[in-house]
Design a protein around this ligand. Structure first.
Ligand code: FAD
Length: 519
């Protein structure tokens, strides 16, 4: 019988790990993948055990837990805290009964390699697989195949968390649920009880969301920590669900325009739903979209190495992952028939299941899109200091997809901006990116993204699908657009209950007081 109470325990007594203050060591930890300038830290520590994490948290004034610092939000960029690198928490059990236990510091790439040797697979992998288990739990990360498998939340069965006072809780899914009064109670080892009020806002009904604290009546306590971006506790270890490794064919499909790409995606989503019900062979796990502007940024060399002709000027591309059983042929025949139904004229590039090198070549085209756009932004920054990546992480209910793409284009064009769009189209989750030519473009780009966010929220979607909120002033503003200032106050009440001294990841998600700006 689930309870709304959980009892914390003490960690084994241990001295805190050494805090490195040598500038040569600390300087490697002052920025995440958002490349926000000005990160600074009072030191960096590399605990190797739960006991060392607990001792560090209990002793330090302010701590920022980090994984691989691949955050695109500035959430893993320190602002004076002790940086707690989780890379020493690298334990990994053998899989047993469909689960593994992994330390927070295990990179997903390492997890996948270990699982592959046992014929197993961990599905909710973001496009960047160097991210750590703890980082992906903290951001509720999601990747292309969220369409079939959902985001990280669905795959975390249990977690060991160090609380801001150094106590430890072990949460197993199903054991601790919010009471009828909408609260959890945490019995701490000093005899006090932290009463944690579940926020009352309603979350948009979309397949992926990384927008502050999860909140539902009767929710599981584990879901409060998943996606909390390190502000409520430090994940030291988790029990993750794994599945038999699927066999996968990959198709790269050129479509003449957005209309056909959206029509084809809709058909493939229906086929996938039938296949999951055992009715049909076309088991599509993921569809990625790259618009003509994004493809134009990709160097010729990338297409040449992939053996793919550069698409015509207005064409867009879809990268489709199909999971195949015994009858791969039937799946591919149905795919071809859907191409003609959607009016797609070009033959797709296909890598059959087992052709890992062929699949990698096709994935390289997709991966070249963000890296090519980021390279343009970096080059512009050389001549226009202060220019930075300015991008949205929008998700809409799938029936509103075509409308949302129109919204992205017309808004950017209204603001006179160059832009590129790509992302996880099978979920309705796209990344509209400004390609800035000046600092003024960055300023106008932020306004455009705010306007787009309002349109997306009005469509029942969210402007924070998978990357989280972090310390980005823009993303914190988007969070306020989504839940209103009352929603943010409700999140603050959760934070205050668990971290009254504002010790963990302060300023991530929201400022301590409403009148303070994001750092
Ligand atoms: C090229 C590229 C592609 C990407 N593609 C995707 C994608 O497809 N989908 C997606 O969701 N994201 C994507 N991301 C963003 C990023 O990879 C994810 O947010 C990832 O989950 C971050 O993991 P990390 O280990 O690097 O965490 P970090 O960046 O180090 O930290 C992220 C946040 O989690 C907190 N945190 C880290 N570890 C812990 C812990 N053990 N306990 C508590 N809090 C912790 C930090 O304080 C910070 O707030 C991409 C990033 C890049 C650079």
């Amino acid at each position: 019988m689930p309870s709304h109470r959980i009892r914390a325990r003490r960690a084994v007594a241990s001295p805190p790990p050494r805090i490195e203050t040598d500038a040569g060591i600390v300087s490697a930890f002052l920025s995440d993948a958002a490349h926000v300038p000005g990160g600074f830290a009072s030191g960096v520590a590399f605990p190797r055990t739960e006991a060392e994490v607990a001792a560090l948290v209990a002793h330090a004034a302010c701590v920022l837990p980090i994984g691989d610092q691949s955050s695109l939000t500035g959430g893993a960029t320190p602002r004076g805290e002790v940086v707690l690198s989780t890379r020493g928490l690298s334990g990994l059990s053998a899989a047993s009964n469909g689960y593994v236990r992994a330390g927070a510091g295990v990179p997903l790439k390492v997890l996948q390699q270990a699982l592959a040797s046992e014929g197993l697979y961990y599905p909710p992998v973001p496009t960047y697989d160097g991210a750590f288990v703890g980082g992906t739990i903290a951001t509720n990360a999601a990747g292309a195949a969220t369409f079939k498998y959902g985001s990280t939340r669905r795959w975390v069965e249990a977690a060991t968390i160090v609380l801001p006072n150094g106590d430890v809780i072990e949460i197993a899914r199903g054991e601790t649920r919010a009471g009828e009064d909408g609260r959890f109670e945490l019995e701490l080892t000093d005899g006090s009880v932290a009463a944690v009020p579940v926020p009352r806002y309603s979350m948009p009904d979309v397949p992926k969301l990384s927008a502050g604290y999860y909140a539902r009546a009767g929710m599981d306590l584990i879901d409060l920590f998943i996606g909390a971006e390190g502000t409520l506790g430090i994940v030291v270890e988790a029990k993750l669900k794994v599945i038999a490794r699927p066999r996968r064919a990959v198709a790269l499909i050129g479509c003449q325009d957005d209309r056909r790409a959206v029509a084809l995606t809709a058909l493939l989503r229906k086929d996938a739903a039938s296949a999951w019900n055992g009715q049909g062979p076309l088991d599509v796990a993921a569809i990625e979209y790259m618009d003509a502007r994004a493809l134009a940024a990709v160097p010729e060399e990338v297409f040449r190495r992939a053996g793919v002709a550069r698409p015509a000027e207005r064409s867009v591309m879809l990268l489709v992952q199909v999971e195949v059983g015994a009858d791969e042929q039937a799946a591919l025949e149905q795919l071809h028939s859907r191409l003609s139904s959607a009016g797609v004229e070009q033959d797709p590039y296909i890598a059959l299941a087992g052709d890992d090198r062929g699949a990698e070549r096709l994935f390289n085209v997709r991966e070249a899109v963000p890296s090519s756009v980021n390279a343009i932004v970096a080059a512009t920054k050389q001549s226009h200091p202060g220019v930075e990546k300015t991008a949205g992480d929008m998700i809409v209910p799938f029936p509103r997809l075509a409308e949302s793409i129109d919204l992205y284009r017309t808004t950017f064009e209204k603001y006179g901006l160059d832009y590129a769009i790509w992302g996880h189209v099978s979920d309705g989750n796209l990344h509209p990116n400004v390609v800035p030519r000046s600092l003024e473009d960055v300023r106008r780009g932020r306004e455009a993204i705010l306007e787009i966010a309002r349109g997306v929220v009005a469509m029942g979607g969210a402007p924070l699908a998978e990357h989280g909120v972090g310390r980005s002033a823009l993303k914190q503003q988007l969070l306020r657009e989504l839940y209103g200032p009352e929603g943010i106050d409700q999140m603050r009440a959760v934070k205050r209950a668990l971290d009254p001294e504002w010790k963990l990841a302060p300023g991530v998600l929201f400022p301590r007081r409403p009148d303070l700006a994001a750092t």
